[in-house]
Design a protein around this ligand. Sequence first.
Ligand SMILES: NC(=O)C[C@H](N)C(=O)O
Length: 159
Amino acid sequence: MIDIFTTGGTIDKIYFDALSEFQIGPAAIPDMLRENNVHVAHRVTQLMRKDSLELGDADRAAIRAAVEASDAAHVLVTHGTDTMVVTGRVLAGIAGKTIVLTGAMQPASVRASDAEFNVGFALAAVQTLPPGVYVAMNGMIFDPEKTVKDRAGARFVSE
Ligand SMILES: NC(=O)C[C@H](N)C(=O)O
């Protein structure tokens, strides 16, 4: 069983035409898994709908509490990329669980998005990596303690 917690971020953004801007909508991952015929046992819980720049300490504590309370050994967290490593650090030290964070640089709702690739990659990572906390983005696995987002390059890099 993979417990999937969604927190928002660009991966879940949808275009609101009346406002001509993107807002965070319902979690993209349930449709994505169904459309891609993913049958691995999983459960999706939307914890919050926030751009990760708006997450505070209380939000991160709530994410940690949800992960700690999960009975699953494999936990996937979808999250905005700007502060993904910050939340990854807050999730350190939860014993016996493989915890993988992923997200997207472009909304899942747009055609040229990295969302499906990243979610597929993260699903593989969460089922195969040993216990610990990882960021799985754009085909690479990162240690949140030693990683930064390179905003200009739209990628993560190890420090
Ligand atoms: N690509 C993203 O997810 C960036 C967004 N500002 C966030 O961190 O929620």
